[in-house]
Design a protein around this ligand. Structure first.
Ligand code: SAM
Length: 252
């Protein structure tokens, strides 16, 4: 799979200069796709508050601030845009749980192997998929994410990319990731009157052996977002032997 051409408004999403220019103009804050409040059930279920978290492509989102308000103690934020990073450093100078560094997610050699319990990515792999050499960029980025995760660590990807365009990248055997998928509607979505669906968006969605949605799966909101929870397994662990866990009531 190459660029997600149909979903990219611009090829510049993979370009640091594009983002710098954008953040000069948009000095406030903005969260792509979803706010933390909607993602909280997934984040709290899979990422303990004591985790060392890496937020890749943080932009000027409130996500990390909201996580600290919810008890997270250590979040390293990186972004390719020096404009965004300088802005966020100033804004969060007095919040010691938040750190910011300008860095390209394709080369995070500043950090030693297995530095993080969790990596969160909301829209950053998506940006690379719109850039030049998208498959190479994706492989570089995911290789770095895999290297930085501790064994049994979690890479949480929040994306518009459905399994046909994302699983190919995520399921490379070299990563040995056990993947659980959730599908959540865009903010403001309401089930049409008379809809007979009772599916909870907090339930994992089954994935076929080929890494696709089951043929009879109905995507209620065509603009849904996909949450891939990728767990880095020990080399000795069999992927099939790890059960999926339902979301616990205490995080809802
Ligand atoms: C779609 S925005 C998402 C921002 C934020 N995560 C959010 O949820 O609102 C993508 C972000 O990825 C950053 N980015 C793009 N390419 C990058 C790269 N190679 N390395 C690090 N960050 C990158 C952009 O600067 C931008 O802030």
């Amino acid at each position: 799979m190459f660029r997600d051409v149909s979903s990219c408004n611009t090829y510049n999403y993979g370009d640091a200069l594009y983002w710098d220019a954008r953040y000069v103009q948009e000095a406030g804050s903005f969260d792509w796709y979803q706010r933390y409040s909607s993602l909280r059930p997934f984040v709290r279920r899979y990422i303990p508050t004591s985790s060392r978290v890496l937020m890749v492509g943080c932009g000027n989102a409130l996500m990390s601030e909201d996580m600290v308000k919810d008890g997270y103690e250590d979040i390293m934020n990186i972004d390719i845009s020096s404009v965004a990073i300088e802005m966020m450093k100033r804004k969060y100078e007095y919040i010691p749980q938040l750190k910011y560094m300008q860095m390209d997610v394709r080369d995070m050699s500043f950090f030693p192997d297995e530095s993080f319990d969790s990596v969160i990515d909301k829209g950053t792999l998506d940006s690379l998929m719109c850039g030049n050499d998208a498959p190479i960029s994706a492989a570089q980025m995911l290789g770095e994410v895999s290297r930085l995760l501790k064994p049994r660590g979690i890479y949480m990807l929040i994306t518009y990319g459905d399994p046909t365009v994302r699983m190919l990248h995520l399921s490379r055997p070299v990563y040995n990731w056990k993947i659980i998928l959730f599908i959540i509607p865009r903010p403001g979505f309401e089930r049409p009157a008379g809809s007979s669906s009772s599916r909870s968006f907090l339930e994992p969605v089954p994935i076929t052996e080929k890494g696709l949605l089951p043929a009879d799966f109905v995507l209620e909101d065509p603009d849904s977002h996909f949450v891939y929870v990728c767990k880095k397994m020990d080399e000795t662990e069999e992927l099939q032997s790890i059960p999926d866990h339902p979301l616990m009531a205490d995080v809802l």
